[in-house]
Design a protein around this ligand. Structure first.
Ligand code: COI
Length: 327
């Protein structure tokens, strides 16, 4: 049984791929590049693909299906980069890979603290020996009402982490979890917008919640609200966020994800014109911390992503229950 791996990074993934492949009795094919119509042929002879965030749109799905690919495993939690309709149409299975939610949850708390303690300004000033205090006074997280949108594994871990800070936590999800009720109060979106000083996003991106943070929802939020996004860039209308930040309606933001990040993040683009104006503006604002989709990135997550991706192919091949199966 062969798995062809796209976008395999030499410095942190490759050795893990060989270790887990040996453990699960898998033959590997490895390629550094993301999958495209041009390099799809490299995967010939494999029944499974392991990919990361590269887009798999209809034509590529059709090509892989015609080559006999049974399943595409993305070594990510989110799978909004895969055309699921096309996968269904061409009979290609899809699976994801989970990793410990602490990776993203810890990072989320870091972005919250950076935002409310004005860390970007503090670091910029300290770097030029400006050790003055005016303009960098912070606020205590314990004085905040925090709204957590999305209480899946990551949202739940964020809520648990927050419980140590002593802040009031409101939560929203279409599916409520009993575990969350020990630390937070479930409520509706309107109440979250009206009562929260900080709102953090932890939901998958779907057609229904695309741009859920927009001019209208921002207008319903508290003045000076802090917005944190470690989930998917598409949840926020960047233009509306910029307007909110410029008017002071939004007091600060911590963004590990932005719109139009595909093909940009994880590549060296320093000599290119990025053509992402919203990113340029957001990066320039003193009250916005932007990081390049790094919240997941720890030793533990990489081992989990590689291991779970290969194990999910092994289980499918053996006709066993695959806990990461999406389709
Ligand atoms: C995910 O696992 O869904 C992530 O957001 C991290 C990935 C883009 C590498």
């Amino acid at each position: 049984m062969k798995v062809f791996v796209y976008s395999c990074r030499k410095f942190d993934e490759e050795a893990l791929f060989y270790r887990f492949a040996e453990q699960y009795g898998i033959e590997l094919g490895i390629c550094r590049e993301a999958p495209t119509l041009e390099n799809a042929g490299l995967a010939r002879g494999a029944s499974y693909l392991s990919i990361i965030t590269s887009k798999i749109e209809r034509p590529l799905m059709e090509r892989f299906a015609s080559m006999g690919i049974r399943m595409i495993s993305t070594r990510t939690v989110g799978y909004d980069h895969i055309d699921l309709e096309a996968a269904k149409e061409f009979g290609v299975g899809v699976s994801n890979a989970t990793y410990t939610p602490e990776c993203v949850a810890d990072y989320t708390i870091m972005l919250m603290l950076m935002a409310i303690r004005k860390m970007k300004r503090i670091m910029q000033r300290a770097a030029i020996n400006d050790f003055t205090l005016q303009g960098i006074q912070g606020r205590l997280l314990s004085s905040f009402t925090v709204g957590v949108l999305g209480t899946g594994k990551i949202g739940r871990q964020v809520i648990k982490n927050l419980s140590g800070f002593g802040c009031r936590v409101l939560a929203y999800d279409l599916f409520e979890s009993d575990e969350v009720r020990s630390y937070a109060e479930y409520t509706d979106l309107e109440t979250i917008y009206r009562e929260c000083d900080l709102i953090t996003l932890h939901m998958p991106l779907t057609p229904e919640n695309d741009h859920m943070i927009n001019r209208d929802s921002i207008a319903r939020m508290r003045d000076g609200v802090v917005i944190i996004n470690t989930a998917r860039g598409g949840l926020i209308d960047s233009q509306a966020l910029i307007e909110g930040l410029e008017s002071g309606k939004v007091g600060a933001a911590g963004l590990d994800v932005v719109e139009k990040e595909f093909g940009m993040y994880y590549y060296d683009r320093k000599s290119d014109l990025l053509g992402n104006r919203e990113l340029s503006i957001l990066r320039d604002l003193p009250n916005v911390v932007v990081t390049p989709h790094m919240a997941f990135y720890t030793d533990q997550s990489i081992s989990d992503m590689v291991g779970h991706s290969l194990l999910s192919c092994r289980l499918t091949e053996d006709g066993k229950e695959n806990p990461w199966k999406i389709l």
